[in-house]
Design a protein around this ligand. Structure first.
Ligand code: ADP
Length: 328
């Protein structure tokens, strides 16, 4: 498989359900061999986009290319993609090994070959010891690995994952996300992961594609999307930012880039409305002109070196380079 063969591209991809436009002429080139998170609030069109790529949903307009080939109208099994579902969709009456080998059975591959391939996949996800169990004899995390092995046995060029961690408890979610990332690196194929959690996207993604209202608002390396949001929506959705309207425009300013100083000696004056202790940090909420609120997130030692109280007037300070112009 050449490095370019798993280039996945959306060209003016549109999905309409009756009068609802769920995905509106979306263009995007996914980087090969990389981990991409499709991030956005519920209803923005993420799952529809993923399902169209997988072939589980018809495409209303536009095309989907994989390795330069138009796969828009191919059946799911012929696309070179594989999908892992949120609820894992395991067959309850089949053993772990039989679940993993299922698609090979459908293809008419003989039992010996199926068992061998399923064994390799179970080894990959560290489940060899549980090959003969039924799905309901597994933990949530183990079921997820079975679903992964089952998707990967088809040797896809791109693995599509729809909210793959949402059924897990918070502890397991964090463990499984590092396993997903490791697997993507080992296999060297593209993973495309739909999530509504910005922390999950930041932890996993080489590239984050932020969707809102059926379109892509911003796409780029995780750090770039977080550090330099282009729109108020992206700044607010990624979190950790203030969105403020100044005399010459609207800006995003990271909360941890705001410092406190004495009134009259900062970039603007404010008065404190709330102070919240958060362990490693203290969050200070301050009201500025125009009835806008700004959050300053201070390391706890910095705050407690000079504690402040609600009602106090203060100055707010930041470095100009931390102010990012928003286009809307
Ligand atoms: P997300 O995955 O971001 O939550 P979806 O792609 O599931 O968003 O949905 C996008 C929009 O399309 C929503 O308005 C949703 O209600 C609508 N939608 C999704 N699936 C269907 C369907 N099968 N029939 C009608 N409308 C749908």
């Amino acid at each position: 498989m050449s490095a370019l063969s798993d280039d996945l591209e959306l060209v003016k991809v549109t999905k309409r359900y009756g009068a609802t436009v769920a995905v509106d002429a979306v263009n995007h080139h996914f980087k090969p061999n990389s981990y991409t998170c499709l991030l956005g609030p519920s209803g923005c069109g993420k799952s529809s986009t993923l399902r169209m790529m997988a072939g589980h949903e018809s495409i209303s307009d536009g095309s989907i290319l994989l390795g330069g080939k138009d796969i828009s109208h191919l059946p799911p099994a012929k696309r070179g993609t594989a999908m892992m579902f949120q609820n894992y969709a395991l067959f309850p009456h089949l053993s772990v090994a039989e679940n993993v080998a299922f698609s090979l059975k459908m293809k008419g591959i003989d039992p010996g070959e199926r068992a061998k391939k399923a064994g390799e996949m179970l080894e990959l996800v560290d489940l060899s010891a549980l090959a003969d169990r039924l799905p309901d004899q597994l933990s949530g995390g183990q079921q997820q690995r079975v679903a992964l092995a089952r998707a990967l046995i088809t040797r896809p060029q791109a693995l599509l994952l729809d909210e793959p961690l949402s059924a897990l408890d918070p502890f397991l979610r964090i463990r499984m996300r590092s396993e997903l990332k490791k697997l993507q690196r080992e296999l060297g194929i593209s993973f495309l992961h739909v999530t509504h959690g910005q922390d999950e996207a930041l932890a996993l993604a080489d590239e984050i594609v932020v969707m809102n209202n059926a379109v892509i608002e911003q796409a780029g390396p995780a750090r770039e999307v977080f550090n330099a949001p282009k729109t108020a929506f992206v700044a607010q959705f990624m979190g950790g930012h203030n969105v403020i309207a100044l005399a010459d425009g609207k800006y995003a300013l990271r909360s941890d880039a705001v410092r406190l100083t004495d009134v009259g000696s900062g970039k603007m004056d404010a008065h404190i409305t709330a102070v919240e202790y958060q362990g490693t940090h203290v969050s200070v909420l301050a009201r500025i002109a125009g009835d806008q609120e700004v959050t300053a997130l201070l390391p706890d030692d910095v705050f407690f070196a000079k504690p402040r109280n609600p009602g106090e007037p203060i100055g707010l300070l930041w470095d100009q380079e931390n102010l990012h112009t928003l286009t809307m």
